[in-house]
Write a protein that binds this ligand. Structure first.
Ligand SMILES: *Cc1c(COP(=O)(O)O)cnc(C)c1O
Length: 442
C-alpha cells in the first residue's frame, strides 16, 4: 500500500465506522459519546502542547491559557463531586489507579480488590506467573503489589462485608480498591472504610464506570460514605474525553497524589483532553442530574424487559440493577462469545463478560457465560424506558427467536433513525458559547 492509498484508506475506514455506529445500538457499558463542544476542545491546539507540572509551577513556557483551563477543570470537578481537591491530569483510568498505587503503597505491600471474575478491573489484578515476568494486572505485574481479594457474595452480586473484614484483619492491606467494571449495585463503602480506618488502610473507590451517575447524585457518594480517595475514567458514564481524574478531601494525601502524578507518572497530560474534560464537567453541572436519572431508569427498564422476554437476567431479587449496567447469563445459549458475535451482526454492540459463577461452571475469560450491556450512550441519544423495551425485543429476536441477525440489523437501522442527536448538552452552539466561550484558531 503506498502512502497516498494508506492515507485515503484511513479516512475511508473512519467514515465507514461512523456510518456503522450511527446505525447501531451502542451498548458497551464502558463507552459513551461526547457533545460537539467536547469534540471541538479535543481537536484544539492544546493537543500539540506540553505543560508538565502543576498550574503555577509549570516546567514549560507558553502555558498561560492552558493553565487557566486546567484551573477551571479542577474547580468544576470539585464543584460537581463536592470535594476539596481534584487532580485532572491522569490520562486514563488505569493511570489514575497507578497514581493511587504509587501514592499509598510500595512494591510488596498488600492491596485488596475484587478479582476480575467478580467485577474487578485488570488494573487491580495480581501478577500471574513468575516474578519479573510482567504478566498480569497493573497492581501486581507493574507496581509489584501482593493482591488479595475482597470476598464476594454471588447471590447478592456485591461484596461480602463480614468475610471481607475477616480477610482484611488477616492480610493487613495498605490499600483497598472498591468499585469495579461490573457494578450493578452500590458497594458497601461505609462498612469497609470503617474497618479500614482501624487497620490504617487507605480506601480508594474506582469510579471508572459510575462516575457520571455519582456526579448526577444517582448511585452512591463514595467520598461522603468514607472512602479516602476516588479514581476514575472520564469517558464511561461521565460523557467526556478518554482521560482520568483523582479526587479527595484530604489535603495531606492530595499533596502526595500530586507528586505521584508529576514527576511520577506523567509528562504530557493531554491538555486537549483536560480542556474537553472541563467542558464535560460544565455540561454535567447543567444536565447531569437529569441524564443520570434517565440512565438509571433506562437500565432498570431494559433489565425488566429482557427478563419479560425470557432471558436469564442476574440480580432479579435485588431489582436487577441500580447502575447503567445490565447483565445477561447466556451460558445455556452457547456463551458470551457466540452471543456477542450474533448481536454484532445485528448492529447491536455489546461485550462478553465473566459472571461471578462462571469459573465454577468451567468457563473462563476466553468464553465467559455472560454479556454486559450499558445504557449510558443510548440514553445520550435520547432513548427512554419505552425505547429500552424495543431494544430488548431486538436482542430477543437474535438470541431467543434465532432470527437471521442481518434481518434484525435492518430493523435496528430503521429504529436508530429516531435517535440521531446527542442530548443533555447545549442545543445550539450559541447557547453553548454563552457558557463555554471556546473559539478555534482561524
Ligand atoms: C475502565 C476501567 C478502568 C480503566 O480505565 P481506562 O480509562 O480505560 O484506563 C479502571 N478501573 C475500572 C473499574 C474500569 O472499569
Amino acid at each position: 500500500m503506498n502512502p497516498k492509498e494508506a492515507y485515503e484508506k484511513v479516512f475511508y475506514l473512519i467514515e465507514e465506522h461512523h456510518r456503522w455506529f450511527s446505525s447501531s445500538l451502542p451498548l458497551i457499558a464502558s463507552e459513551n459519546i461526547t457533545s460537539c463542544a467536547v469534540k471541538e476542545a479535543l481537536i484544539s491546539d492544546f493537543g500539540h502542547r506540553y505543560a508538565e507540572g502543576w498550574v503555577g509551577e509549570r516546567v514549560y513556557a507558553g502555558t498561560r491559557y492552558m493553565d487557566e483551563v486546567e484551573s477551571i477543570a479542577m474547580e468544576l470537578a470539585k464543584h460537581l463531586y463536592r470535594v476539596k481537591f481534584a487532580d485532572v491530569r491522569p490520562i486514563s483510568g488505569v493511570v489514575a489507579n497507578l497514581v493511587i498505587y504509587t501514592t499509598f503503597t510500595s512494591p510488596g505491600d498488600v492491596m485488596m480488590a475484587l478479582p476480575i471474575t467478580k467485577g474487578g478491573h485488570i488494573s487491580m489484578g495480581p501478577l500471574l506467573g513468575q516474578k519479573g515476568n510482567f504478566i498480569g494486572g497493573t497492581a501486581g505485574a507493574v507496581r509489584g503489589l501482593d493482591v488479595k481479594y475482597l470476598a464476594y457474595r454471588d447471590e447478592e452480586l456485591n461484596i461480602d462485608v463480614d468475610k471481607t473484614i475477616e480477610r482484611m484483619e488477616k492480610y493487613r492491606p495498605k490499600l483497598i480498591m472498591l468499585g469495579g467494571s461490573v457494578i450493578l449495585f452500590p458497594h458497601p463503602v461505609k462498612e469497609i472504610s470503617d474497618a479500614a480506618k482501624s487497620l490504617g488502610a487507605v480506601v480508594n473507590y474506582d469510579a471508572a464506570h459510575v462516575a457520571g451517575l455519582i456526579a448526577g447524585g444517582k448511585f452512591q457518594d463514595p467520598l461522603g460514605e468514607g472512602a479516602d480517595t476516588m479514581s476514575m475514567s472520564t469517558h464511561k458514564t461521565l460523557p467526556g474525553p478518554q482521560h482520568g481524574m483523582v479526587l479527595t478531601n484530604d489535603d495531606e494525601k492530595f499533596e502526595r497524589i500530586k507528586k505521584a502524578s508529576f514527576p511520577g507518572l506523567l509528562s504530557n497530560h493531554h491538555l486537549n483532553a483536560v480542556a474537553a474534560l472541563a467542558v464535560t464537567l460544565a455540561e454535567m453541572l447543567m444536565f447531569g442530574r437529569e441524564y443520570a436519572s434517565q440512565v438509571v431508569k433506562n437500565a432498570k427498564s431494559f433489565a425488566e424487559a429482557l427478563h419479560d422476554e425470557g432471558f436469564n437476567v442476574p440480580g432479579e431479587k435485588k431489582g436487577f440493577t441500580r447502575s447503567h449496567q445490565v447483565l445477561l447469563d447466556v451460558h445455556e445459549m452457547g456463551g458470551g462469545m457466540k452471543a456477542e458475535k450474533l448481536l454484532e451482526e445485528a448492529n447491536i454492540i455489546v461485550n462478553r463478560n465473566l459472571l461471578p459463577w462462571d469459573v465454577r461452571r468451567g468457563r473462563s475469560f476466553l468464553d465467559p457465560g455472560g454479556i454486559r450491556m450499558g445504557v449510558a450512550e443510548v440514553t445520550r441519544l435520547g432513548m427512554k424506558e419505552e425505547d429500552m423495551k424495543e431494544v430488548a425485543k431486538f436482542v430477543r429476536m437474535v438470541l431467543l427467536d434465532k432470527e437471521d441477525p442481518r434481518t434484525v440489523a435492518k430493523k435496528v437501522v430503521e429504529f436508530r433513525k429516531n435517535f440521531t442527536r446527542v442530548r443533555y448538552v447545549f442545543e445550539t452552539s450559541d447557547e453553548a458559547y454563552k457558557y463555554i466561550r471556546l473559539r478555534m484558531p482561524s
